[in-house]
Write a protein that binds this ligand. Sequence first.
Ligand code: PLP
Length: 260
Amino acid sequence: MIANVLTIAGTDPSGGAGIQADIKTFSALGAYACSAITAVVAQNTCGVRSFVALEPDFVAAQIDAVFEDVRIDAVKIGMIANAGVADVVADRLRHHKARNIVLDPVMVAKSGHSLLAPEAVAALRDGLVPLATVITPNLPEAAVLLGRQDDWTAESMQTALPDLLSLGSEWVLLKGGHLRGSRDSTDLLAGPTGITPFQAPRIATANDHGTGCTLSSAIAALLPGRDPVEAVGGAKAYLHKALAVSDHLDVGQGHGPVHH
Ligand code: PLP
């Protein structure tokens, strides 16, 4: 059976991140891609210029249109933009009894541009995180979710896992890529069966735009019918391969996209 996977996220007209990266990832992993847009973003490989968030009612209308017609096997949530959008996404996903929800708590793009209004953090944390099967924060995002300083060490990554789980998702994938001074990048997956580390050597490439979007989408594409540990392992392997060949692309002058 081919999984139908819905992404609820913002756009990237240069094709490297957001909805466009999500659709490419779903397709590459053999899933059927549906998409509901939260915000239209003017951005390229050099950075985010500006965005327009869609009206919350219109985001809800897109989600309803999909769920009332299509059997959705998994959902990826990316850029949410503001509290109004966060609230309707939570409401509609509850209404439609969505399963296999992967939440990438997108806050700031690599270029430094904010993609989430600061007052929306509470709506994301309290409304969306508890619906998620897996959340995929990087270290700066985890610090914001926990209201702590962004001064992570390998040890504090471990000890923060219970606090992150207490926010209400079933699983947490804490991504260690931002940890300074290590040659490897270790992500920790914590959930009902304990903690699984995923270690990978860092790949030297400037083409890493959209890596977070790609990883969370790959998990969503692989979750239906699989254990989360297996889905995250498969998603990490997919991202590793996509990053390793990203230098084959000649797209833009900044952080180029990964190659799906
Ligand atoms: N644009 C959108 C719409 C996103 O959802 C995200 C991150 O999730 C980004 C940009 C961030 O891209 P980058 O990998 O360059 O930080």
